[in-house]
Every structure is written in structure tokens, then in C-alpha cells.
Design a protein. Structure first.
Length: 418
């Protein structure tokens, strides 16, 4: 659901790259949430959340290892199970796009891969189940398998051969802490066919991002070279990667969400192609300001308030929507821009009602291409930029997602080790 980012000192996990992202909830909730003078009256947040939950599947999907897990077993870790329903589809792929074969059990209650996984590899699992009434539930997760104790690898994004938006940084997450940052960064080069200067910035001992001063030029090609084989990143820990990756920068699409006006203006190659009414974070759960980069896309996914600190007296999530349509991640901490089928149509363009996400009008099942959320989803790609302004919140932290554009160029360059 438009899941939010309540101020409960939620740590913005920096391990966003290579697909290792917490997939649970937004930082907003575009459901109802009070009204202001002259604005339509919407139902209370609790009423809308409860109604939405009642309309969703009873199936409960569990995926192991848990999302974001490191050093997972290559033999027995990957498992999918369901209660109150049956699995209908499970896909498992490496971040490089290699599909892992697996089988759903005859009773439809479990799934596991058919063979051994690769070492030091990031895998993604997407599962779908249906309950007795035929309502679908979805779950997505990502984890990294174990590597040798005396070696390190860098999980990187974007993927080799992909086409991404102009805001996509090269982000590398190392599976072990790096103490000799200069040696490691010296073994990595990122260049663009546009000739733009590209500089690396260390957010911490495991995350190194690269970007130019301004967004990548549309139509250019970016090359990442990892020449880390034998490089000592920490005492007795050596690199093993020797790899060249290239990706294309697609057309330029930058969308601006004006929280005060409750609209989003979509620009393609500098020209406005549509203005869409939205519902952003409520006064109690405001949306971050700043430049945010789409890092993941899900036609449908689950959003559970418990994963981002929205819990009731019993410790359960204030909301648990298992089929949020057209969801695109903007931060590690749970900010999404997504479809909202449970809120009254009157809120879009008029009332900010969410827990921090940006909500667009949509229908249950994500099956109507004429809905605003579907239109935006179909025309967006990983790496596109969504700028949020005029919110009564702070600017999002540069390491909360792929959002290093919120750091000025001189500060960015000061974080380089070379």
C-alpha cells in the first residue's frame, strides 16, 4: 500500500544494489486519511487499510532466505512455502538474468530449486499464490549466496546489457568490509561514451557508487570494468572479479511530484507529456523531498506496514496489502510510487493520504492500461528520476536508495578514495 516512512528511526539500509532491496512496504499510503477545508472527505486511514486488507488474498507466502540475506547456502537455503492457498508460479533468477530451474510440489504448498546454486551470486525470487476464492498474493525477495572466506566480490547494478534511465548510478555493494578503499577503487573504472566525467563515492566500507555531475546523457553507453582479481581489499581478503559490463542510457524521463499541488508532471526528453493527479504522504506521514531514482518495478507486490514500522498494539502491520499494483521503488526505506485501487477516486489531485508513498489511480489486478498508474508504469524504466518537491519533510538521504543526486558535486567528489 502506499506504505510510509514514519519517523521511527528507521535505518535506511544502504545495501540497495544488485537487487538486494527490502521489498515490503512503502513509505506512504495513498488510501484515505482525513480531509482539509475545501477538499473531499476521505475515510479514516484505519478504515481504508482494513477494507483493502479484506479485499486481498488469504494466502500467506514465505520465502527463504529472508530478503537481503547474505552468505546464504548454495544447497538448501532457497525455499518457498504457502499457507491458506496454493502456489501457482515461482521464478528464480540471478541478477545476470540466468533462470534457476525448480519445481512446485504436487500439493502446491512448496517450491525449491532443482540443483545447486552458484557461490557469491545474488538471486531474486518472485512467487504467486491463490487462495480458495481465487485471489492472488505476491511475494518478492532477493539474497546473496555464500562466498569463500578469503575473497570478496562486488555486487553491482545496473545489469550487463540493460537499458536504464538517465538517473541510474553504478552502485557496487561489497560482500565484505573494504579497508583499503584506494586499492579497490583503483581497480574499478566507469566511463561513458558521452565523455562525461564519472567519479566514485564511498558511502561506507561496503558501498561504492559512481555517477557524473549531471544526469547521464540520453543515448550514451556506460562501461564498468572490474579488475579486482588479486586486489587486497582488507587484510587477507582478495578480490576475484575480472569483468566488463556495459549498459545503455535510454531516453530522458524526469517526473516531478508537487506535493502541495498534488500533481506529477512527466517530462520526456525535456517536453511535458502528461500531468497526473496524485496523493502523497499525509500530514502525519509526509513524503521525502528530493531526487529519487526508480530502482525496482513490480506489476504487483505485497506491502506490509510491519516491515517499515507501522504496527498496531499487537505488533501486526497496520496494513497488509498483498496485491499493490504497478509499484516502483524510490528508496530502500520503503518509499514507492504505485497504483492505488482502494482509495476513493476523489483523493487524487485533492488530498494527501498516504504513509509516505506517491499514489496514482489504479484498479485491482493491474489489468487496465488506461489507469494513470498503469500508464506511468508502462512508460517508466529502472533509472528514471522522480523528483519530489514542496513536501513538509526533509530531503531524502543520498544513500537511501540510488539517490546520490541529492549530494552536491564537491561533496560527492570528496568521498572518492582516488
Amino acid at each position: 500500500m502506499t506504505v510510509g516512512k514514519r519517523r521511527r528511526s528507521l535505518a535506511a539500509a544502504a545495501a540497495v544494489l544488485s537487487g538486494v532491496l527490502v521489498l515490503s512496504a512503502c513509505n506512504d499510503d495513498t488510501a484515505g486519511g482525513g480531509s482539509s477545508t475545501g477538499s473531499p472527505t476521505a475515510p479514516s486511514q484505519a478504515e481504508v487499510d482494513k477494507a483493502a486488507e479484506q479485499k486481498t488474498s488469504k494466502a500467506q507466502i514465505t520465502i527463504s532466505p529472508e530478503n537481503g540475506a547474505q552468505n546464504a547456502s548454495i544447497n538448501n537455503a532457497a525455499k518457498v512455502a504457502v499457507t491458506d492457498g496454493k502456489l501457482t508460479e515461482v521464478t528464480m533468477t540471478s541478477v545476470e538474468g540466468e533462470e534457476v530451474k525448480g519445481e512446485i510440489a504436487a500439493d502446491g504448498l512448496s517450491w525449491k530449486p532443482s540443483g545447486q546454486l552458484k557461490r557469491a551470486t545474488v538471486y531474486k525470487i518472485a512467487a504467486t499464490a491463490v487462495d480458495a476464492e481465487g485471489l492472488k498474493a505476491h511475494e518478492n525477495t532477493s539474497f546473496t549466496t555464500v562466498s569463500k572466506e578469503n575473497s570478496f566480490i562486488g555486487n553491482f547494478t545496473p545489469e550487463d546489457g540493460s537499458t536504464v534511465g538517465v538517473g541510474m548510478p553504478v552502485s557496487i555493494n561489497f560482500n565484505k568490509a573494504i579497508t583499503d578503499k584506494k586499492a579497490v577503487q583503483s581497480g574499478i573504472t566507469v566511463s561513458s561514451s558521452s565523455g562525461q566525467e564519472v567519479v566514485g563515492h564511498w558511502f561506507n566500507s561496503t558501498r561504492l557508487d559512481f555517477r557524473p555531475k549531471d544526469y547521464w546523457q540520453a543515448g550514451s553507453t556506460v562501461t564498468l570494468k572490474l579488475e579486482l582479481d588479486g586486489v587486497e581489499g582488507a587484510d587477507g581478503v582478495f578480490g576475484v572479479q575480472q569483468k566488463t559490463v556495459t549498459f545503455k542510457i535510454g531516453r530522458s524521463q524526469v517526473s516531478t511530484v508537487d506535493v502541495a499541488a498534488k500533481t506529477m508532471t512527466v517530462k520526456r526528453d525535456g517536453k511535458v507529456i502528461r500531468t497526473i493527479p496524485i496523493s502523497a504522504g499525509s500530514p502525519e506521514n509526509t513524503t521525502y523531498n528530493g531526487q529519487m531514482v526508480i530502482s525496482e518495478k513490480f506489476k504487483e507486490t505485497r506491502m506490509n506496514g510491519a516491515t517499515v514500522g507501522f504496527t498496531d498494539a499487537d505488533g501486526k502491520g497496520e496494513y497488509d496489502i498483498k496485491d499493490v499494483p504497478h509499484a516502483m521503488r524510490l528508496s530502500t526505506s520503503g518509499t514507492f510510487i504505485h497504483g492505488n485501487y482502494w482509495g476513493a477516486r476523489s483523493i487524487f489531485g485533492n488530498v494527501n493520504t498516504s504513509h509516505g508513498c506517491v499514489g496514482l489511480a489504479d484498479v485491482k489486478g493491474a489489468g487496465d492500461p488506461n489507469q494513470a498508474a498503469a500508464w506511468f508504469y508502462d512508460r517508466s524504466m529502472i533509472g528514471d528520476v522522480v523528483i519530489v518537491k514542496n513536501s513538509k519533510d526533509k530531503t531524502i538521504a543520498p544513500d537511501n536508495g540510488l539517490n546520490g543526486w541529492n549530494m552536491d558535486w564537491s561533496t560527492w567528489k570528496s568521498g572518492s578514495a582516488v
